[in-house]
Each structure stands twice: as structure tokens, then as C-alpha cells.
Write a protein that binds this ligand. Structure first.
Ligand SMILES: [Ca+2]
Ligand SMILES: [Ca+2]
Length: 217
């Protein structure tokens, strides 16, 4: 697809430079977190949607809607099945988690409003800081949304990355060894899981992380 236009980059930068990374101290799970830190996007989102109303993001979003709904794309929700038709997501092994994390649907059906879509684009764009990217990566990898990456999450994460096929899957022994290595390197407080701070610490030592955590729509 087309790279994000200047409008998206400008608005994205504005969003991120004026806000702090959403480090949630309130809830373990920050999904739809009611705390102000967790919702730092919200205040500027309306402004950003105005800026972006004519941008390529808006165009991409409205094209996912049936023709009769495109006029009011700003108030419409795109079903998950349509979101997953985006080529950038179709091949992403975390596509279901990404929809889940960015959707604000009350029905929990992973449908996306334009603002949800915009959040997703902002996080995956070049203008998002590495703190923002790692925060959302953490939420995407936290499969059971309990605010920490335990062995089960890490196993799922590794399976997503290797693919589910018989020949690409790790053996139990390999998986066990890999998870032990990951924990040895990341689990600073030795409680057996990786919390957000530990995850961000690891990511800060991986200069390639931010550039690889990218979806360009
Ligand atoms: Ca978890
Ligand atoms: Ca830990």
C-alpha cells in the first residue's frame, strides 16, 4: 500500500510528542483502561481525526466499508473480517491480537472505528516512540491480558513466530530451552514472568525493535 502521507506523519508526531507513553500503574491489564495514562490518546484523537479526514488513512478505512456506509465512515465500525483483508495484516502472525488490542468495541467483536484504526496506524508508524511501540507490543504478546508475560504467553509468542506447521514448530525440549533463555535474560526480579518494565528494558537494548514493529498502510 501507499506509505502514510505527510498528514498522518504530522498528526502522529503531534499525538506522540505531546503525550507520555501509556505506562499504566492502575490495572494489571490495561485493556480499555479507565486510567488517564492508559487513555492518553483520547484527548488529541478528535483533533487528529480532523487532520486526517482527507488523508490516505481515512481513504483506506472507508474503503473497508460497504459503499452505503462510506459517507459516514467517521461514525462507522469496520468488522474484524474486513480489517483482516488489509494485506499488511493478512500476513501478520499477530493479526488477531492486534485487532483485539486496538478495537474499542463494546461488543468485544474486534471491530474498529476510524479512531481505533488511527491508533493502530500511529503505533505502527515511524513517528511512534520506541516506548509506545514496546508498550503495545507487550499488550499484543500478553495473550491472556493479565498484564504480564508468563510461560504460556511466551510459548504462544514463539509459536506465532515460528508458524504452526509440524515442520517449523519447536519440539518440547527446544521450546523449554528457549523460554528458559528468554526468562534468564529478561526476568530481572525472578518472579517467573516478564512485566512491562522488564520487557521495555529488553527492547531498549534491541535497536532493531522499533523499526521492525511497523505496519505501513
Ligand atoms: Ca499474560
Ligand atoms: Ca519478572
Amino acid at each position: 500500500g501507499d506509505p502514510p502521507g505527510p498528514a498522518l506523519r504530522t498528526a502522529g508526531r503531534e499525538l506522540w510528542e505531546t503525550g507520555r507513553p501509556p505506562r499504566c500503574s492502575a490495572g494489571q491489564s490495561c485493556l480499555h483502561c479507565p486510567c488517564p495514562e492508559g487513555c492518553l490518546l483520547r484527548p488529541s484523537r478528535h483533533r487528529a481525526s480532523l487532520v486526517l479526514a482527507s488523508s490516505s488513512a481515512y481513504k483506506r478505512f472507508s474503503e473497508l466499508l460497504p459503499k452505503e456506509e462510506r459517507e459516514n465512515a467517521c461514525s462507522a465500525r469496520v468488522p474484524k473480517s474486513q480489517i483482516l483483508t488489509l494485506p499488511e495484516l493478512r500476513a501478520n502472525p499477530f493479526q488477531h491480537r492486534i485487532c483485539w488490542v486496538f478495537s474499542t468495541s463494546d461488543d468485544r467483536d474486534d471491530s474498529m472505528s476510524f479512531e481505533d484504526f488511527l491508533d493502530m496506524l500511529s503505533v505502527f508508524s515511524d513517528s511512534a516512540t520506541s516506548d509506545i511501540k514496546s508498550y503495545y507490543a507487550f499488550r499484543i504478546f500478553d495473550f491472556d491480558d493479565d498484564g504480564t508475560l508468563d510461560r504460556k504467553d511466551l510459548e504462544k509468542l514463539v509459536n506465532c513466530l515460528t508458524g504452526q506447521g509440524e515442520e517449523s514448530r519447536l519440539s518440547n525440549t527446544e521450546m523449554e530451552q528457549l523460554i528458559r533463555n528468554i526468562l534468564e535474560e529478561s526476568d530481572i526480579d525472578k518472579d517467573g514472568t516478564i512485566n512491562l518494565a522488564e520487557f521495555q528494558h529488553i527492547v531498549s537494548r534491541s535497536p532493531d525493535f522499533a523499526s521492525s514493529f511497523k505496519i505501513v498502510l
